[in-house]
Design a protein around this ligand. Structure first.
Ligand code: ASP
Ligand code: CP
Length: 431
């Protein structure tokens, strides 16, 4: 079975590092035609790409990457070995990735799209069992990792909170991890202490994925965020290299932004603007790591100063649950809220607004406003939807089955709604 035209085209643009406009010119077709070939097959505007174009694209990619492939083949091997930690197939930090390996992972995520969109089913992980060990609140990460594993044919055991785990009786991380490894084939762990998931990982040889370790990292979130940015940029005709990324909110305790800035730093010549209330600035060691790769990093406390020229605004919730008893944040006022008026005043029409979610809708929180919900610049639900293909790709790679995906797919027997959410018709035609 050959790969789909969408996967072929997306991969070609990523490998050649070309925007849709430039790529369309390079292969001698109209941008509109290229857009229609990239749409999901269920879309009314979808068109099948002529076979001759497919052959031409394959040839160009092979030519351009041939030398690179030869150079890499000596040291490259399976993706899971290239990203391994201490020889183990685990995902603890985005530091495990290079630009090449992250883009290889996204190629697997692209392959997963027909399964994520419920057009196809696969059972490559049939018989495998995942333990979802969440010692902190979660909706997205826990459910989407579980759903991703199930969609590959595996099954999931969940445990949530300390109360219902024997850790409440004083059991150590080492013992817990070793015991669970005897029951299951992979673990996703979320825990309130930084470094704790690495401790789980040291006690086992099965794949362990960090689902968030206190204020440390949230690598799978950053991977799906980067995948979203690249997908949105492809539609908007932008390249990530040289773009302007604004991170706002709680940059001190927000683990998603810690992972994301490090991952984005693998690209070239970015401008990062970090906007936080005073006292919630990004930790110095993370700024230094990104700065060492030659990016331009500006810190400010004002949206008005930081937003102009942004290509991406990535806003976050204030992580009150991580504050120490005496910690107070002065200056977290409504001036920090990202809403339609602010975006209209300071940003261009092609900015994208992201948030890892959840947004805090309680009184006193100045999180992302709901008044952008029907604005196509708001990418938050496209972002959450991308959690499934990216997390499926993580499992497939860590468990070494990514090469079997293509042949394993069968048609789904049921039909999902064409738009998953009531507002999605607003985004019709966006892919
Ligand atoms: N859900 C994300 C996390 O767990 C962001 C947040 O909770 O604000 O890190
Ligand atoms: N983005 C994220 O991690 O969401 P949850 O906390 O709901 O898992």
């Amino acid at each position: 079975m050959s790969i789909s035209q969408q996967v072929l085209l997306r991969d070609a643009m990523r490998r050649l590092n070309l925007t849709r406009d430039v790529f369309a010119t390079r292969i001698g077709v109209k941008r509109r035609a290229l857009d229609s070939w990239l749409l999901p097959e269920s879309s009314q505007e979808f068109r099948r790409m002529p076979e001759v174009v497919g052959r031409f694209v394959t040839e160009i990619v092979e030519n351009d990457t041939l030398m690179e492939k030869y150079a890499q083949s000596a040291q490259s091997g399976p993706l899971r070995d290239r990203i391994a930690v201490n020889g183990r197939h685990q995902l603890l930090s985005v530091d495990q990735f290079t630009r090449e390996s992250v883009e290889d992972l996204f190629r697997v995520a692209d392959l997963m799209q027909p399964i994520a969109r419920r057009q196809k089913v696969s059972r490559v992980l049939e018989g495998a069992v995942l333990a979802n060990l969440f010692f902190e609140a979660s909706t997205r990460t826990r459910v989407s990792f579980g759903a991703a594993f199930c969609r590959l044919g595996g099954s999931v055991c969940d445990t949530t909170g300390f109360t219902f785990s024997s850790m409440a009786k004083g059991e150590s991380i080492y013992d817990t991890s070793r015991v669970i490894s005897g029951y299951v084939d992979a673990m996703v762990v979320r825990h309130p202490e930084e470094g704790s998931v690495a401790e789980f990982a040291r006690a086992t040889n099965i794949p362990v994925v960090n689902g968030g370790d206190g204020p440390g990292e949230h690598p799978s979130q950053a991977l799906l965020d980067l995948y979203t940015i690249l997908t949105e940029f492809s539609r908007l005709g932008k390249l990530l290299d040289g773009s302007h990324i604004v991170l706002t909110g709680d940059l001190k305790y927000g683990r998603t932004v810690h992972s994301l800035i490090k991952l984005l730093s693998l690209y070239r010549g970015l401008k990062f603007t970090l906007i936080s209330p005073p006292g919630l600035e990004m930790p110095d060691h993370i700024i230094e790591q990104a700065g060492a790769r030659g990016h331009d990093i500006i810190q400010t406390h004002s949206l008005k100063d930081g937003l102009p020229g942004a290509d991406v605004i990535y806003t976050t919730r204030v992580q009150k649950e991580r504050f120490s008893a005496e910690e107070q944040v002065e200056g977290y006022t409504e001036d920090f809220q990202i809403n339609k008026a602010v975006i209209d005043a300071y940003c261009d029409n092609d900015v994208i607004v992201m948030h890892p979610l959840p947004r805090d809708s309680r009184e006193g929180a100045h999180d992302l406003s709901v008044d952008l919900n029907e604005d196509s610049r708001l990418a938050i639900f496209r972002q959450t939807d991308n959690g499934i293909p990216v997390r499926m790709a993580i499992f497939a790679v860590l468990m070494g089955v990514e090469g079997q995906i293509q042949h394993s797919m069968r048609d789904a027997t049921w039909s999902p709604p064409s738009h998953i959410g009531p507002d999605d018709s607003v985004f019709h035609g966006l892919d």
